[in-house]
Design a protein around this ligand. Structure first.
Ligand SMILES: C[S@@+](CC[C@H](N)C(=O)[O-])C[C@H]1O[C@@H](n2cnc3c(N)ncnc32)[C@H](O)[C@@H]1O
Length: 551
């Protein structure tokens, strides 16, 4: 059992010193356990430490078990909850009993932590952790790469990229990487390689008082939020619907793309911007006006996209639809409700180890007494039920949102002239993202009308080059529930585009996927005697009560 005591000691040491883990373990001749076993356990436990610390804190076991220290509980909980073979200890050993009697509670907290992070399965959470630990540990210095710049889209309806750089940004020096903005000693700007007309500047620059902002020459819009209109890139002919438009960043981006795509100026608006909430439509109108897009965009205040007729002549000329419906908003920067976590970042050669809270503060073991949440077995069971209920409540909220989002997508798929759709959310949850895409592909209307996902190789250049793609585990979960949709999990995941907050790309958490339609309808199997909106069945319609969720 010395393995766990020794691993805990090593974990504590590397968190406090700059010595790399390998050196710390393999040079220590006093260790009784195999250095290989200690190294493997400590490096894995360190990766999971942020989540395991949450789990342990929330379970309250440190207040009950005086023999447990925070690091000892992390290494034990790691093996109890995550190791294939469980704890490497004899069942008779006191440590075995000390931790395993809390297994149910720890498991419940672990499930809660997993759902909070939007992971459908332990595998998917493992992927998240492996990605973020590569990013934070890096290969060279162990420094975190997370940095949120201020993203600025140059509005080509009112100005040109070059003119804007030569005027508003004339005192800014272009830098070759986003990270170079972080340590700027003079005003710098980074020209984005994925999205045309997008730049990033240091977040301390406030442009909201600048004449360019007031004149609508620049629009402050996160890079990831520019993906949908760019991925849709509507062609020069036909109208486009923005189904869920307010406050209007994607609407004005669409208008800018359309205005540069068409050489002739159209006499009538090309974008129909629907916004169901009248108060939000007021903001939409003013954003459209400020962007100089009033002639290009028809704002429909109070318009429910779901009640636009998909068949008939009224919208027959609509060729593309952008859908950015209400979602859980879990990708929005600053929307985390999780407490600041302990994250142990192992030092690379020459690096300094850190045990810190988000925000950079070093975290010590709390000196305040840890109050266990329950003292008796009965209360403990009740507490676990509440914890599981909480997890279920979140899962139920997400299912309800996903059902609404699916209705939005399948309704768009029913529009007769539409050839291209994008679907996006600022959610990190697979159920709202890959889950909706795959369920939409499996829907009646998609099968009848020949809708398929827009594959990575077919995407516009900047999106094809973007490396962060959909989550395979989330695709697998969705495929297991709907069956075959004609493409494998890897292709589907690669077709989906994700952006992850807290990464070196400096974006919010975001998701987007495109749908395209090849050729004619595969026979009109719908009943023409039904009202148009009921002709195609809406799969899994659990109602669209999405009120109360953030957008
Ligand atoms: C995520 S926000 C859209 C953000 C917007 N695309 C942008 O980039 O600024 C979703 C919007 O859709 C609206 N909405 C939700 N359901 C709708 C529906 N059925 N029809 C029209 N608008 C809807 C919400 O009121 C909300 O303003």
């Amino acid at each position: 059992m010395s393995l766990y005591y020794e691993a805990a000691k090593v974990l504590e040491d590397v968190a406090e010193s700059s010595k790399p883990l390998k050196q710390r373990v393999y040079n220590d001749k006093s260790l009784k356990s195999s250095p290989g076993a200690i190294f493997a356990l400590v490096s894995e436990a360190a990766k999971w430490s942020e989540i395991l610390s949450d789990v342990i804190d929330n379970s309250g076991i440190l207040g009950i078990e005086r023999k447990l220290t925070p690091t000892l509980s992390i290494v034990l909980a790691h093996d109890l909850l995550l190791a294939k073979k469980g704890l490497s200890a004899s069942k008779k050993h006191p440590l075995y009993d000390l931790i395993s009697k809390h297994k149910a509670r720890l498991n419940a907290e672990f499930t809660r932590a997993r759902i909070k992070r939007g992971a459908q399965s332990i595998d998917s959470l493992r992927n998240q952790i492996n990605t973020s630990s590569t990013e934070t540990n890096g290969d060279s210095n162990g420094a975190t790469n997370c940095f949120y710049p201020r993203w600025v889209r140059i509005n080509t309806i009112k100005t040109s990229f070059q003119d804007c750089l030569a005027s508003t940004f004339r005192s800014y020096t272009p830098v070759p990487t986003l990270q170079a903005l972080r340590d700027q000693t003079f005003p710098s700007l980074f020209i984005d390689p994925n999205i045309p007309n997008l730049i990033a500047i240091h977040p301390s620059s406030d442009l909201t008082k600048s004449p360019a902002y007031h004149a609508g020459h620049i629009i402050l819009q996160d890079k990831a939020s520019c993906f949908p209109a760019y991925l849709l890139s509507p062609t020069a002919s036909g109208r486009v619907i923005d189904g869920c438009a307010a406050p209007g960043n994607k609407t004005t981006h669409l208008a800018a793309i359309l205005s540069s795509a068409s050489s002739t100026t159209s006499s009538s608006p090309r974008v129909i911007a629907c916004e169901r909430a009248p108060d939000r439509a007021i903001t939409l109108k003013s954003m459209v006006a400020r962007a100089g897009a009033s002639d290009l965009v028809e704002v429909r205040a109070g318009q429910d996209f779901l009640s636009l007729p998909a068949t008939g002549t009224k919208y027959a000329d609509v060729k593309a639809i952008l859908l950015d419906p209400s979602c859980s908003g879990s990708g929005i920067v600053g929307r985390d409700d999780a407490p600041a976590p302990l994250r142990i970042t192992l030092p690379a050669a020459g690096g300094k180890a850190v045990a810190k809270e988000a925000g950079g503060k070093k975290r010590k073991r709390s000196t305040a007494p840890v109050v266990p949440k329950a003292d008796t077995v009965e209360e403990e069971q009740e507490e676990e039920k509440v914890v599981q209920d909480d997890g279920e409540k979140l899962a139920a909220r997400l299912r309800q949102l996903a059902a609404f989002q699916l209705r939005i997508v399948t309704h768009a798929m029913a529009f007769e002239g539409v050839e291209r759709i994008t679907y996006s959310t600022c959610s990190v949850h697979g159920v709202e993202n890959e889950g909706v895409v795959i369920r939409a592909l499996a829907s009646d209307v998609a099968r009848r009308r020949g809708w398929r996902v827009l594959r990575r190789e077919e995407q516009i250049d900047g999106m094809k080059k973007w490396e962060r793609r959909g989550d395979e585990a989330d695709c697998r979960v969705a495929l297991e529930s709907v069956g075959d949709v004609g493409l494998g999990m890897e292709v589907l995941a690669d077709a989906c585009i994700r952006a992850t907050k807290g990464t070196e790309e400096g974006t919010m958490g975001f998701f987007v996927a495109g749908f395209v339609r090849d050729g004619e309808d595969e026979g009109e199997k719908h009943d023409p005697s039904l009202p148009v909106d009921e002709r195609y069945s809406q799969d899994d319609d659990e109602g669209d009560d999405w009120s109360g969720f953030s957008d």
